[in-house]
Design a protein around this ligand. Structure first.
Ligand code: ZN
Ligand code: ZN
Length: 491
C-alpha cells in the first residue's frame, strides 16, 4: 500500500513537472526501461548530451524490487532481476562534468511471458549480477532469433535540444560485424542511411557512422520529431534493429551556435605545438561560450571537459601519445543558454622525437641567368653549376646588320638569346681586326720614333750660347791640368 502510494506520488510529480515546465523540457529527462519480470536486466541510461557520469543520488521514488542502479562506463545502469510486475519511477540527481541535472527513470516491469524479445540475455559478465542463480533457464529458448543475429545491449535514447544543437546517440550490440545508423522522418517514411540523409539537410553534420556513438550536429528545427535507429549486422547477414530515439527540438529556446570552422588534428613532433581552433556564426543575441574536451579513445561519448580550456582556440599538451579533442559551443544570455553544439572529434598524435626531414631533390631544375640547381622544399640546393650553353646561330651577322644566336643549356634546358654585332659574325674576323689595329699601332709608333730621331739630330748642330771662361769651343785637357797646378803650389 505504501509502495503504491509512493509510485502514485512519483507519477503525479512527473506528470505535474511535464505540465508545469512544458512537455519538451521535462520529457527529455524521463527515461523508460521496459523489462520482463524474473529475468536479468542490464539497461544503460543515457545522460543528457552523452556526458560522463560522476555521481548520482536518489531524490525520491523507488527502483523496481530486485534491480539496482549503479555507475557503469560513462553512464548509469539499471541492473538486476526485477521480480514484480508494475511501474516504478525513481527521481535522480545526476552529476556530470558540466554540472548537475535531474532525471526520472521509469521502470515498466512486464509479465515474464509477455516479452516479445528478451531485453537482455545473460551475458558473459554474469559475475556482475547480484543474483545470477535466480535466472530461469528456459527463457532464452523462447526467443527464436535468426542465427547470427547480433544481440542489442543498449538502445539509443531520445535527445532534446535547441535549434542547431548537437545530439549524441549511443547503441551497443554483441556479435555485430557492422553498424549503421538510420534517420526516419516524422511522417512515417522509410528510414534512410543517415550520412545520405544529411546530404539533403542543410547544415546537418554527422560523425561516427559505423561506430557505436553517433554525433549529429547542426540539427535544424525542421527535424523535430524525427527518429534515429541503429542497425547491427551479424556475420550471417542477420540484422538487429534498435528502438528508435526521437529528436525533440525545443521551440522558443535560444538557438545553439552554428560551427563554421571545425578544428583540425595532426602530428606533433618534439619542439612543435599544435593549436586547435573553432569558429561559429555570431549569434543575434547573447554571447558564445567555448569548452574544449579531450579523450584517449576515438569516441564522442567518452569526452571530458578540460579545466580552463574556454577559448576559441586550444593548444593541447604534447606528451607522447594519441589524444582526441573536440569543442562544445553554446550561446548564453543571462541565465538563459542554448544547448551545446559540438565540433567533430579530432586526433592529435604527439611524438617525443624531432620531425625528420629527408631532402628531396627529385623536382625540376631551378635556374637563374647564370646557374642551374635542384632544390628541396626546405630550400636546400644540390647540383648547382653554371649553364652548359650550346649555341646555335639563328641569324648570321653581315658587315652591316646584327645577327642572333640562341644558347640552350644541355643540362637544365635554360635558353638565352644573344645579338651578334654587325661585321663580327666570326672569330677570324675579330682576329683580323685586332691584327690590323696592332699593325696600325706599330706603324704609328715607328713613324713617331723616326720623327723623334730626326728632330733630335737637328737639335745637335744648332749654335750654342758662348760660355764664360773664354774657351773656344773644344776642351783642352792638358791646358786644364796646367791651370790647376798653377793655382795650387803645395802639390
Ligand atoms: Zn630539404
Ligand atoms: Zn643549366
Amino acid at each position: 500500500m505504501k509502495k503504491k502510494l509512493s509510485l502514485f506520488l512519483a507519477l503525479v510529480l512527473t506528470v505535474g513537472l511535464c505540465l508545469g515546465l512544458g512537455v519538451g523540457a521535462a520529457a527529455a529527462d524521463v527515461t523508460t526501461v521496459t523489462a520482463p519480470a524474473g529475468s536479468y536486466v542490464r539497461a544503460l541510461v543515457d545522460l543528457p548530451s552523452g556526458e560522463t557520469l560522476r555521481d548520482f543520488e536518489v531524490l525520491d521514488g523507488e527502483v523496481a524490487p530486485g534491480a539496482t542502479l549503479r555507475a557503469e562506463g560513462e553512464g548509469l545502469a539499471l541492473v538486476g532481476t526485477p521480480a514484480q510486475e508494475g511501474t516504478w519511477v525513481v527521481h535522480l540527481s545526476v552529476t556530470t562534468d558540466s554540472g548537475k541535472s535531474e532525471l526520472f527513470l521509469e521502470q515498466v516491469i512486464v509479465a515474464a511471458d509477455s516479452t516479445p524479445v528478451p531485453t537482455s540475455t545473460p551475458e558473459p559478465e554474469v559475475t556482475d549480477s547480484p543474483a545470477p542463480t535466480a535466472e530461469p533457464t528456459p527463457e532464452p529458448t523462447l526467443a527464436p532469433a535468426p542465427e547470427g543475429r547480433p544481440t542489442i545491449t543498449k538502445d539509443p535514447y531520445g535527445e532534446t535540444l535547441s535549434e542547431n544543437g548537437t545530439a549524441i546517440f549511443v547503441a551497443r550490440a554483441d556479435d555485430a560485424d557492422s553498424i549503421e545508423w538510420y534517420l526516419a522522418d516524422n511522417a512515417g517514411g522509410t528510414p534512410v542511411e543517415i550520412t545520405q540523409a544529411a546530404q539533403a539537410i542543410s547544415g546537418l553534420q554527422v560523425y561516427g557512422q559505423g561506430t557505436q556513438t553517433l554525433t549529429v550536429s547542426g540539427i535544424p528545427g525542421s527535424l523535430n520529431g524525427w527518429q534515429v535507429e541503429c542497425r547491427f549486422t551479424g556475420s550471417t547477414g542477420a540484422v538487429a534493429v534498435t528502438n528508435r530515439a526521437t529528436i525533440t527540438i525545443r521551440s522558443g529556446a535560444m538557438p545553439a551556435p552554428v560551427i563554421t570552422l571545425q578544428p583540425e588534428g595532426g602530428d606533433v613532433y618534439a619542439g612543435e605545438t599544435i593549436t586547435l581552433a573553432t569558429r561559429a556564426a555570431i549569434p543575434a543575441e547573447g554571447t558564445l561560450e567555448y569548452q574544449w574536451y579531450s579523450t584517449d579513445t576515438n569516441d564522442m561519448a567518452t569526452v571530458r571537459a578540460i579545466d580552463g580550456a574556454k577559448d576559441s582556440t586550444y593548444t593541447p599538451p604534447t606528451e607522447e601519445g594519441t589524444m582526441y579533442y573536440c569543442v562544445g559551443l553554446r550561446n548564453v544570455r543571462g541565465a538563459e543558454e542554448s544547448t551545446t553544439a559540438y565540433s567533430r572529434l579530432v586526433e592529435v598524435n604527439c611524438f617525443s622525437t624531432v620531425r625528420e626531414h629527408f631532402h628531396d631533390f627529385t623536382g625540376p631544375w631551378h635556374w637563374d641567368e647564370l646557374h642551374h640547381w635542384k632544390e628541396c622544399t626546405c630550400s636546400a640546393r644540390q647540383e648547382e653549376a653554371i649553364h652548359d650553353l650550346q649555341w646555335t646561330v639563328t641569324k648570321k651577322a653581315t658587315s652591316k646588320a646584327d645577327g642572333e644566336r640562341v644558347g640552350v643549356c644541355s643540362v637544365c634546358g635554360f635558353e638565352t638569346t644573344e645579338i651578334i654585332p654587325a661585321g663580327a659574325n666570326s672569330n677570324s674576323n675579330l682576329i683580323r681586326t685586332l691584327l690590323i689595329v696592332l699593325l696600325v699601332l706599330v706603324a704609328v709608333l715607328l713613324l713617331g720614333g723616326a720623327a723623334f730621331m730626326v728632330m733630335r739630330a737637328r737639335g745637335g748642330n744648332s749654335p750654342r750660347p758662348p760660355r764664360s771662361g773664354g774657351y773656344s769651343g773644344t776642351y783642352n785637357a792638358a791646358a786644364d791640368e796646367q791651370n790647376r797646378k798653377k793655382s795650387d803650389p803645395d802639390q
